[in-house]
Write a protein that binds this ligand. Structure first.
Ligand code: DON
Length: 315
C-alpha cells in the first residue's frame, strides 16, 4: 500500500485521468429506464479523492451533483446495521448474485431472501428495516441527514423529480417488493418501503461530497478529520468486503480484478471507491457499460489504481 507522504503525485494522476477521459468518445449509454436520468449529459466526467490525511483533490466536473442511485445503498446498509446489527443477515444474504441488479430469478429459490444488500431486492428490505417505527417521510429524512452528516454538508438534497420518475416507471421494483412481501420478508406495505427506496436512490451528490462521505470506510470506521467513530473497525471492513464482492452486481468480479479495491456503483454513473488506510474516491461519468456500471468511471478507477499502486492485494 502506498504511504500517504508519497502522494503529491495523486494530483497529477487525477488530472491525467480526467484529461484522458474527456477525450474519449466511447462513453457507454446513459440509463433511460428512469426517464429523468436519461436527460443527463453523457459528456460529463468528475473525479475526487479525499485522503485520510485530509487532502481533497478534484478534477473535471467534481463539484456537479448527480443522482447517486445505488451508491446510496452503502449508506442505508450502514444505517440498518446500526439499527438492528447482525439480525439484518436473517433477512438479506451476503453473497454475490451473479445477476443483474434488478433480477427476480433467485428470489423464489431463496424464499424471498435477497442475495445481498446491494441488489435492488436487498436494498428494498433495508428500506423496510429503516421504516420500523417511522413514517416514510421520517425514514427518508433520517437517511438524508446521515448522508449530510457523513459528507459534512447540509446542502445535499433529494431530487424529487428523479424519485417521482423512478416511481412512475419502477414496475420491476414493485414486483420485487410484492414478491418479498409474499414471503413475509417485508414488514411494511411494499408501497411504503419503495417510497423510502426511491427517495434514497434520488439523493444528489457531487464527487467531492461523495468521497468525503466515504471517508469513514477508508479509515477503519472513523472520520479521519474529526476522529468521530461512525461504525466499528470490524463493521467498516465488512461493508468494504460486501462492496468488493457485490458492489458492481454481475460486474463485481471484473471490477475487483481490474481495480482491486471495494467499490459501489449506481446507474446515475457514480462510483464510490475505498482504498483502505489511504483514501476515499468518487468518480462520475453517466454512460454505463453492459452491467449498468459507469463505463468511464470504472476505467478511470482502474487507471488511477494502477498509477498509484493502489490495491487491497498490494503487499
Ligand atoms: O432501483 C433502481 O433500478 C435504481 N434506483 C438503482 C439501480 C442502480 O443504481 C443499479 N446500479 N448500478
Amino acid at each position: 500500500m502506498v504511504e500517504i507522504d508519497t502522494m503529491p503525485e495523486l494530483e497529477q494522476a487525477l488530472a491525467e485521468v480526467a484529461a484522458e477521459m474527456a477525450e474519449r468518445t466511447d462513453r457507454g449509454s446513459v440509463a433511460t429506464y428512469i426517464p429523468q436520468l436519461g436527460k443527463v449529459d453523457p459528456g460529463k466526467f468528475g473525479i475526487a479523492a479525499v485522503t485520510n490525511d485530509g487532502r481533497v483533490i478534484l478534477a473535471g466536473d467534481a463539484d456537479q451533483p448527480f443522482s447517486i442511485q445505488s451508491v446510496s445503498k452503502v449508506f442505508t446498509l450502514t444505517l440498518a446495521l446500526g439499527k438492528i446489527g447482525d439480525a439484518l443477515w436473517h433477512r438479506v444474504g451476503r453473497e454475490p448474485s451473479g445477476n443483474p441488479f434488478n433480477s427476480i430469478v433467485q428470489l423464489e429459490h431463496e424464499n424471498g431472501i435477497p442475495r445481498n444488500p446491494f441488489i435492488n431486492a436487498g436494498a428494498i428490505v433495508i428500506s423496510d428495516v429503516l421504516l420500523a417505527g417511522h413514517q416514510p417521510r421520517e425514514a427518508i429524512g433520517e437517511i438524508l441527514r446521515f448522508v449530510q452528516f457523513l459528507a459534512d454538508d447540509d446542502t445535499i438534497v433529494i431530487d424529487r423529480e428523479v424519485a417521482a420518475s423512478e416511481r412512475a416507471t419502477g414496475h420491476r421494483n414493485f414486483a420485487l417488493a410484492n414478491y418479498m412481501k409474499s414471503f413475509g420478508n417485508l414488514h411494511h406495505e411494499p408501497e411504503l418501503a419503495l417510497g423510502v427506496y426511491f427517495h434514497h436512490c434520488a439523493i444528489g451528490m457531487s464527487c467531492r461530497q461523495l468521497a468525503i462521505a466515504g471517508r469513514f470506510l477508508a479509515n477503519g470506521g472513523r472520520n479521519p478529520t474529526t476522529g468521530h467513530s461512525v461504525v466499528s473497525t470490524e463493521r467498516a471492513r465488512r461493508i468494504g468486503a460486501l462492496m468488493l464482492t457485490c458492489g458492481h452486481y454481475d460486474g463485481s468480479g471484473d471490477f475487483a480484478f481490474r481495480v482491486g479495491i471495494p467499490g459501489k456503483s449506481g446507474v446515475g454513473g457514480g462510483i464510490l471507491g475505498i482504498v483502505p488506510g489511504v483514501a476515499s474516491l468518487a468518480v462520475w461519468s453517466p454512460g454505463l457499460n453492459e452491467n449498468g456500471n459507469s463505463k468511464l468511471g470504472s476505467i478511470a478507477l482502474e487507471k488511477l489504481a494502477r498509477m498509484m499502486n493502489w490495491s487491497i492485494f498490494a503487499p
